[in-house]
Design a protein around this ligand. Structure first.
Ligand SMILES: CC(C)(COP(=O)(O)OP(=O)(O)OC[C@H]1O[C@@H](n2cnc3c(N)ncnc32)[C@H](O)[C@@H]1OP(=O)(O)O)[C@@H](O)C(=O)NCCC(=O)NCCS
Length: 171
C-alpha cells in the first residue's frame, strides 16, 4: 500500500518508544465516561461530516460499563483531552464463526495522528478480547478508505474468510 497520503510534516517514531501526545503529555487508554461523549461526537463529526448525538448517546448506554458482556468503548487521552476512541465487542457464533472480537469504530483526532494512539487503542481492546478468551479479531471497512486499511494492515490484519453481501429491499 502506498504511503503517499501520509502528511509530510508528520513526526516519525520508533515502534519501541512510547509515543508523545500532541500536548507533550503521555497517552493514556481508559474506558469511556459520560464526560468524554462531547469530544467523541465532535471527533466523529469531524471524520464523517455528520453529528449523530442520539446514536452516540445510545451507544454509550449499551457499551459503557458493559465489559462483563464483552463490550468495550475505550478512549485515548492526552492530559485532560480525549484524542481518540475505539469500540468493539466479542460476538459468539455470529455468521457461524466461533466467538471472536469485532472492532466497530476507531478514530483519532486529526491533530493527534501518527503518534501511536490508534495502535495503543487497538492493543488495549485486543487485550480485553484475550481476557475474554478469544484469539481472533475482525473488522469490516469501506474499500475506499485506504487510511483505515493502511492502519489495520500495519497492525497485522489480513483479508478474512468472509465476504460481505448486500441487496436492495424492494419498497
Ligand atoms: C486510521 C487512524 C485511526 C490511525 O490513527 P493513528 O493514531 O494516526 O495511527 P498510529 O499512529 O497508531 O499508526 C499506526 C500505523 O498505521 C499506519 N498509518 C497510520 N496513518 C497512516 C497514513 N496517513 N498513511 C499511511 N499509513 C498510515 C502506519 O503504518 C502507522 O505506523 P508507522 O507510523 O509506524 O508507519 C486515524 O488516521 C483515523 O482516525 N482516521 C480516520 C478513521 C476513520 O475513517 N474512521 C471511520 C471508520 S471506523
Amino acid at each position: 500500500m502506498s504511503k503517499t497520503t501520509r502528511p509530510s510534516a508528520a513526526p516519525r517514531r520508533s515502534k519501541s518508544t512510547a509515543p508523545a501526545a500532541p500536548s507533550g503529555a503521555s497517552l493514556h487508554i481508559r474506558p469511556v465516561c459520560r464526560g468524554d461523549l462531547n469530544a467523541v461526537i465532535e471527533m466523529d463529526a469531524m471524520v464523517t461530516g455528520i453529528a449523530k448525538r442520539d446514536y452516540w448517546n445510545s451507544l454509550f448506554k449499551r457499551y459503557a460499563d458493559a465489559v462483563a458482556t464483552g463490550q468495550h468503548f475505550l478512549v485515548a487521552t492526552s492530559g485532560s483531552e480525549v484524542i481518540g476512541f475505539v469500540i468493539g465487542e466479542v460476538r459468539d457464533w455470529e455468521f457461524g464463526s466461533p466467538p471472536c472480537g469485532w472492532v466497530f469504530a476507531i478514530d483519532v483526532r486529526p491533530d493527534a495522528r501518527l503518534l501511536g494512539a490508534a495502535t495503543q487503542l487497538l492493543q488495549s481492546l485486543c487485550q480485553s478480547f484475550k481476557r475474554a478468551g478469544v484469539n481472533k479479531v475482525r473488522t469490516l471497512l469501506s474499500r475506499e478508505n485506504t487510511l483505515i486499511l493502511s492502519f489495520f494492515r500495519s497492525q497485522g490484519k489480513m483479508i478474512g474468510p468472509f465476504i460481505p453481501l448486500e441487496m436492495d429491499i424492494e419498497p
